[in-house]
Design a protein around this ligand. Sequence first.
Ligand code: HEC
Length: 180
Amino acid sequence: MSRGRRWAAGAAIALGALIVAGGLWLRSARGFSADAKPTALEAWLAGLARHLALPSGVNQARDPVPPTAANLEAASRHFAAHCALCHNNNGDGKTMLGRNLYPQPPDLRGAGTQHKSDGALFYSIRNGIRMSGMPAWPDDSPEEIWALVTLIRHLPQQTAAERAAMKPYNPKTIFKEPVM
Ligand code: HEC
């Protein structure tokens, strides 16, 4: 082995040991339960990783679906059927599943989501978010996904009537306790 290679192998072993030690420390300090909230540092690192992982050009894409009543209605049904289990019909994420995920879904009406570009929201829905509860939706057409982005932009102004109209499309469970 050359000197350079030996050095690289040593560095890789040291880094691995550091990661294992960090994991063990985290486990003893906080446990690995998903029933907790990420620390500010963890949330910041995860946000940075997501930002860096966005392919260039994604932020330039604009949502082509206009917020007409018909488009919002179709997207609301879709959202009620596939997304509300975690995100809730109003997007606040306060459902039985959403509350207990790590990380929890953000309030989609809040600045953290609304300040993201159309393209970034499309990308998160189409591809999901790795190492989180957010699944990818590769079988939804681009038009359907853009309509969901249009709905997410509309959530801050969603009316009680619009929310009520989503309920019949929410998945049914055997539990009597209402989830949504
Ligand atoms: C099984 C739970 C689950 C389902 C179902 C789900 N999501 Fe998510 N979603 C999450 C979680 C958890 C996050 C946060 C991930 C993170 O912060 O790393 C998230 C994040 C997102 C984001 C990114 C928000 C932001 O501020 O960056 C969007 C957009 C989103 N979801 C839309 C949807 C849509 C639309 C659907 C349905 C087609 C859906 N989600 C279905 C759990 C879910």
